[in-house]
Write a protein of this length. Sequence first.
Length: 293
Amino acid sequence: MPAVSLLATLVATVLGFVLGALWYGPLFGTRWMAAAGMTLEQIRRDVNPAKTYGATFVLGLIASYVFGLYLGPNPGRAFAIVAGAAAILLEANPNLTPNMVKMILMYTAQSLAKFNMLEQGAGEMNVEGAVRLAKLVRTDLSSATPTGAPLLRASAPTPKSTIAGQTVTWSQGVVFKYNWAKGSELITRYQGIYDLGVLISDGVLINDGVLISDGVLISDVSKLTNGVLISDNIMISNGITMSDGLVFMTSGVLIGDGVLISDGVVVADGVIVSDGVIVSDGVVVADGVVVAD
């Protein structure tokens, strides 16, 4: 998100506030009251100045900040485009959760050849495919919907889009915080990570006791179905799907809040040392010794 000058935002708000006071006061106040069928006595009796002016100032502050994002010296075009795409998806299906919107935008994105995931994420946004998929998502989903329940109202769409005569393949995956996942069940089955109150990037709990990502244990229920495969490699795309291409680096080398040296050694506030047990595709469950402080 681009930086916005708070001082400029405040100045713009104050100027707009002053202009509004002049417009509805000395300049056109009398004409405005006549057109609205109001008198000065009615306004003084019915309008709470503190609430009216306070609300006007706050709304003006928000409007000035948004204008700064989109129209400033370095406007956040990417931010504006993605925000607009999210709005289009919610218009197509108002029942989508924030994580569903994220998933749909990533799953339908176009992976760009010769760029790795650190550079492009899931790829270039594909609004046509995203809207087509969003319209198929069931509108009766809720927090009570079990993981694995059907997500769509009809058959899954062909994971391709044809725009201006050019056909592109969807990435068919989603990016988490330190890894990514692929599989058609991301769009055909309801996943626990699509629920409200769950951060799609804060760790993925596959099943009881198997935790992928940053060490946040969400609960003791499954968050992903068996048809969703987790990868522990960052890929350089060949322009087809998210999983196609060359390995750029493994997720086992990570320097962040702690130091993850390999798939079985974590050095953080405590020390976890493990030889690791491979459970499924790219999922490693530690069975070593935990030394905490």
